[in-house]
Design a protein around this ligand. Structure first.
Ligand code: B3K
Ligand code: ZN
Length: 846
C-alpha cells in the first residue's frame, strides 16, 4: 500500500467554477451525470488532469462536448485537457444497494444516503476528491422516493425529481444526497440578523416521536454559536437525516447533516440520560462544523484537527454551558485517559497533525479529536479569553472560504497577541503524552515554598527524541486549615526543568496542581494519601477535588492487586464524607462514587512497570465496590430515595445527576445482596436510564436472566434499544463465560454484522469486558479476530477501527502477547485484506 506524506502536498492543477450533478436513482444501476467547469490553476505547476474514481463504471466522458476515452485505473482516470477553461462531462453507473462499506452512495433500510468524508465522493463520480478543491454544487435528483434531499437551498421540484443548489463553495467530502420515504419533524429558527431558517429532522415513519429533543438541541446550538462565537447560519434551510447504517456518529455535510440514528433519535422511554447528553453534543458538534470545517475547511487531510479539534473544543464549551462545567470537564478527562492516552502511549501513537498515512479513515482518532481539542484549550488558557475570541474573529474573517492549515490557525493567534507560538506548535507535531513531575521544597525559616517541575515524553513510533513543550499548569495553594491562600494562576512551563517559588508564607502550603486538567499530561507528584484525602475534602477546584478521590481509589486498587492489601480506609472515609455531603450536586457525587475501570487500571499498572493481571484486576474492582457498599451501608437507602427526581422526567443536568447518584446507590445495594430496589425499579421505570441501570444491577449480581428476557420482549422492535441489550450482555458477562456469551449473541437472529451499531454493540462491548476479552484461554482474542476477518470485506472502515481493541497488547504477559500476536498475524494473512485493516494491524504489531 502507498503512503501519503504531508511534505508532498502540491495544489491541484485545476480550479472548479461550478459542478452540476444529476442522479437517476436505482438500487443497482444508479446513473450519475456530472458537468464540471474547470480552469487551469495559476498557482499549480503539475497540470496532470487526474480525477479520483473508484468502483465506477464509466459510460461516457466528454471535454467541451467532444467524446473522449480517458485512461482509467482502479483509482481514477487521466485525460488530456486544454490549457484553458473547459467543461468536463461524464456519466457513470454505480450500485448503492451492494455498497456495504457505507462510503459513497449506499442504501440503508430502503433509503439512499451518502457518506463522503474523507474520500467517498470518488465512489460517486470522477472528481478531484481532495478538500482543497472547492466549488458550488447544483444537484438534480430523479427518483420515486417521497423525499429527495441534497445540500444548500431547495430549487425546482415535482413529480419524481428535486433540484438543490448550494451557493457556498465546498469540497466534495461535504456533498450529500438522501432519498427515501421519510417524514420530518419541522422547526424554525430566526438568526440574529433576522433571517428565517427552516429546520427539519428527517426520519423513517414511526421515529417521528423521537425528534423533539434533537430539534431543541439544534436551536440551542444555533443560538449558542451566535452568542459565543458570533457565527450565524448561512442557508435558508438546515436538514438533519437519521440513518440506521452508519460508520460513525454523524456527518456535517453542508446544510444536510446525516446522523447515525443512535446519535439523534431520543425519547424518555428508549434513551438514557447519557444518550440525551451525547445527542445534544453531537448535534451541536455537527452544526458548529458549519463554520469550523465547512466555511473554513482543511487544505489536506493532515490538517484534520484544524476542524475536528476546534469543533470538539466548541462542543465541549457548549455542553459545559448547557449543563455543568466541572462535570463535563471530568467526563472529558475520563474519556481522554480511557481512549487517547492508550493510543498515544502505544503502537498507534501519532501527532495531533499526522505526517503520513495509508488510509485517512484510520486517523479519525482520539488524538486528532480529543487531544486536538485539548491543544486548543491550552492555547485559550495561555492567551486568555479575550485574546482567544479576538483570534477566532480574525480566523473567520481572514480564512472564510479557505482550505486552511495549522500554520494559518497559529498565525491568527500570533498576529492577535504578538506572541511567538513556535514552541507551542510542538503540540501538533510531537506525539506521546508528556510526563510532568513535581518536587516540593519548603524552607520554614524564610517561609519559602518552591515547586520544581520537570517534563519528559517517552519515545513514540518514529519519534525518538522529544523537545520540551509549552505546558500551561494551573495551580493554587491551600493552607493547612484548608483555606485557599493563593487562587488559581497559570504557570507556563517551557523548559525541561523549571521552578516556581512562593515567598512570605507562614506555614507549609498544600499545592493543588494541574487544576481543571489544564494540560493533557501525566502528573507525577510525590504525595501521600493523607494529602490526597485533604485535597478531596478541601480543594476549591472541583476537578482536582475529584482527581484526589480518583487517585486514592486507583492507588487503593493497585495495592489490592499487587499486595493483596485491604481497601484503603482513607479513601473510603473521604468518599463517605463527599458522597453524603448534600451541598455538592448529585452528578458530582455520582462521579465521585465511580471508580477507575479495569482497563484504566491495566494502563496504570503498565505505567508502573507492572504486568496487569486481568483476573486480579477484576477481583479487586469487585472487592472495592463491595467495600464502598459496606462503608456506605447506612446511607444507601437514603441516597437512593432522596435522589429520585420529582415530577416528570427531564434529561437535564439536575435530573440526570440525581438518577446517576440514585442508580449508583442501587448498584451498591446490589453488592450487599439487596436487590429489591433494582427489581422494583426494573418493573416500574418510565425511562430508559432507570430501566437499564436496574437491569445492569440484576445482571451484575447474577439475578438478571428473567429481566434480560423481559427486556428483549418489550423492546424487540426497537433497533437502538436492542443494541443496548446486546451491549449489556456482552459487556457484563462473567469473565469465564464472556466469550461464549458474546459468541451466542453473534448467533442471535437479531445480530447483523452489516449494521455497524449492532456489530459494535456486540463485539465492541465484548472487547471492553476486560477480564472476559483478555481471558487466559485466548478465546476472546480468537472470537474478535474471527469477526474482524468476516467483517473486513463487508465494511473495512468499521473493521479497522475495531482493531484498536488490540492496541494495548504489549501491556500483558508473554502468554497473552503471543496469543494476540497470533491473532493479529492471522488477520494480516487474510487474502484480500482491506488497506484500512492492513494498515491498522501492521501498525499495532509495530
Ligand atoms: N467529520 C465526520 C467524521 C467523518 C469520518 C470519516 N471516516 C464527523 C465529525 O467529526 O463531525
Ligand atoms: Zn467533527
Amino acid at each position: 500500500p502507498q503512503t501519503i506524506y504531508l511534505k508532498d502536498y502540491t495544489p491541484f492543477g485545476y480550479l472548479i467554477d461550478s459542478v452540476h450533478l444529476t442522479f437517476k436513482l436505482h438500487p443497482t444501476t444508479t446513473r450519475v451525470l456530472s458537468r464540471i467547469a474547470f480552469r487551469p490553476n495559476p498557482d499549480a505547476t503539475d497540470k496532470t488532469f487526474f480525477l479520483h474514481g473508484e468502483q465506477l463504471t464509466l459510460i461516457s466522458a466528454k471535454i467541451d462536448g467532444a467524446e473522449i476515452t480517458p485512461e482509467v485505473t482502479d483509482e481514477g482516470l487521466i485525460a488530456n485537457v486544454p490549457d484553458a477553461p473547459f467543461v468536463w462531462e461524464a456519466e457513470v453507473e454505480i450500485s448503492p444497494s451492494t455498497n456495504t462499506a457505507l462510503e459513497g452512495l449506499y442504501m440503508s433500510n430502503g433509503m439512499y444516503c451518502t457518506q463522503c468524508e474523507a474520500e467517498g465522493f470518488r465512489k460517486i463520480t470522477y472528481y478531484p476528491d481532495r478538500p482543497d478543491v472547492m466549488a458550488t454544487f447544483d444537484v438534480r435528483i430523479e427518483g420515486d422516493e417521497k423525499v429527495l434531499l441534497s445540500n444548500g437551498n431547495p430549487g425546482a421540484s415535482g413529480d419524481g425529481f428535486a433540484e438543490w443548489s448550494d451557493p457556498w463553495k465546498k469540497p466534495a467530502y461535504l456533498f450529500a444526497l438522501v432519498a427515501g420515504d421519510l417524514v420530518n419533524h419541522p422547526g424554525q429558527f430566526t438568526t440574529k440578523s433576522g433571517k428565517d431558517v427552516e429546520l427539519n429532522i428527517w426520519v423513517r415513519p414511526g421515529d417521528d416521536g423521537k425528534c423533539a429533543f434533537g430539534m431543541q438541541a439544534l436551536k440551542d446550538s444555533m443560538k449558542w454559536d451566535e452568542d459565543v462565537y458570533g457565527r450565524e447560519y448561512d442557508l435558508d434551510i438546515f436538514n438533519i437525516v437519521a440513518v440506521d447504517d452508519f460508520n460513525m456518529g454523524a456527518m456535517e455535510n453542508k446544510g444536510l447533516n446525516i446522523f447515525n440514528s443512535s446519535c439523534v433519535l431520543a425519547s424518555q422511554a428508549t434513551s438514557t440520560d447519557a444518550d440525551f447528553e451525547r445527542i445534544e453534543a453531537i448535534i451541536a458538534h455537527e452544526y458548529f462544523h458549519n463554520w469550523t470545517g465547512n466555511r473554513i475547511t482543511c487544505r489536506d487531510w493532515f490538517q484534520l484537527c484544524l476542524k475536528e479539534g476546534l469543533t470538539v473544543f466548541r462542543d465541549a464549551q457548549f455542553t459545559a454551558d448547557m449543563r455543568s462545567e466541572p462535570v463535563k470537564r471530568i467526563d472529558d478527562v475520563i474519556a481522554l485517559r480511557a481512549r487517547q492516552f492508550p493510543e498515544d502511549q502505544g503502537p498507534l501513537s501519532h501527532p495531533v497533525r499526522p505526517e503520513e498515512f495509508q488510509e485517512i479513515n484510520n486517523f479519525y482518532t482520539a488524538t486528532v479529536y480529543e487531544k486536538g481539542a485539548e491543544v486548543i484549550g491550552m492555547l485559550k488558557t495561555l492567551v486568555g479569553d479575550e485574546a482567544y475570541y479576538q483570534a477566532l474573529d480574525l480566523y473567520f474573517e481572514r480564512h472564510d472560504g479557505d482550505a486552511a492549515t495549522i500554520e494559518d490557525w497559529i498565525k491568527v493567534f500570533e498576529d492577535c497577541t504578538g506572541r511567538d507560538l513556535t514552541q507551542f506548535k510542538r503540540w501538533y507535531s510531537q506525539s506521546g503524552t508528556p510526563k510532568v513531575s513535581v518536587r516540593e521544597e519548603w524552607q520554614a525559616e524564610s517561609g519559602t515554598f518552591t515547586l520544581h517541575f520537570s517534563q519528559s515524553t517517552a519515545p513514540t513510533p518514529g519519534q525518538d527524541v522529544k523537545d520540551p513543550r509549552v505546558i500551561p499548569i494551573a495551580l493554587g495553594l491551600l493552607n493547612p486549615n484548608g483555606d485557599e491562600t493563593h487562587p488559581t494562576r497559570i504557570f507556563e512551563m517551557m523548559e525541561a526543568e523549571q521552578s516556581l517559588t512562593f515567598t512570605g508564607l507562614g506555614a507549609r502550603p498544600i499545592p493543588s496542581i494541574l487544576r481543571g486538567f489544564s494540560a493533557p499530561v501525566m502528573l507525577e507528584q510525590d504525595i501521600d494519601n493523607a494529602r490526597r484525602a485533604f485535597l478531596l475534602a478541601h480543594d476549591t477546584d472541583e476537578f482536582n477535588r475529584w482527581e484526589a478521590g480518583r487517585d486514592l481509589a486507583r492507588d487503593s486498587l493497585i495495592n489490592m492487586i499487587l499486595k493483596d492489601a485491604a481497601p484503603d480506609p482513607a479513601y473510603l472515609d473521604g468518599l463517605k464524607r463527599v458522597v453524603t455531603d448534600t451541598s455538592l450536586d448529585a452528578a458530582y457525587r455520582a462521579l465521585m462514587l465511580a471508580q477507575p475501570t479495569e482497563t484504566e487500571l491495566a494502563g496504570a499498572l503498565a505505567a508502573l512497570g507492572e504486568t496487569p493481571d486481568p483476573d486480579k484486576i477484576y477481583a479487586a474492582t469487585k472487592a472495592l465496590s463491595k467495600a464502598k457498599a459496606g462503608i456506605l451501608a447506612d446511607d444507601l437507602h437514603a441516597l437512593y430515595s432522596d435522589n429520585q427526581p420529582q415530577g416528570p422526567y427531564t434529561p437535564d443536568a439536575e435530573g440526570s445527576g440525581k438518577r446517576a447518584l440514585a442508580n449508583m446507590a442501587m448498584a451498591l445495594l446490589g453488592r450487599l445482596g439487596q436487590l429489591d430496589p433494582a427489581k422494583a425499579q426494573f418493573a416500574t421505570a418510565d425511562n430508559m436510564t432507570q430501566q437499564i441501570a436496574a437491569l445492569a444491577t440484576l445482571v451484575r449480581e447474577g439475578a438478571g436472566t428473567e429481566a434480560v428476557q423481559d427486556f428483549y420482549d418489550q423492546w424487540k422492535s426497537d433497533r437502538l434499544v436492542i443494541d443496548k441489550w446486546f451491549g449489556l450482555q456482552a459487556g457484563m458477562a462473567d469473565p469465564d463465560q464472556a466469550a461464549e456469551v458474546a459468541k451466542a449473541l453473534t448467533q442471535h437472529a437479531d445480530f447483523d454484522m452489516k449494521n455497524p451499531n449492532r456489530f459494535r454493540a456486540t463485539l465492541g462491548a465484548f472487547a471492553g469486558n476486560h477480564a472476559g476479552f483478555h481471558h487466559a484461554t485466548g478465546a476472546g482474542y480468537k472470537l474478535l479476530a474471527d469477526w474482524l476477518i468476516k467483517l473486513d470485506p463487508v465494511n473495512p472502515q468499521t473493521t479497522a477501527r475495531m482493531c484498536t481493541a488490540f492496541q494495548t497488547w504489549k501491556r500483558y504477559d508473554s502468554q497473552r502477547q503471543s496469543l494476540i500476536r497470533a491473532e493479529l498475524e492471522r488477520i494480516l494473512a487474510t487474502e484480500g485484506l482491506s488497506r484500512d485493516t492492513h494498515e491498522m494491524v501492521t501498525r499495532i504489531l509495530g
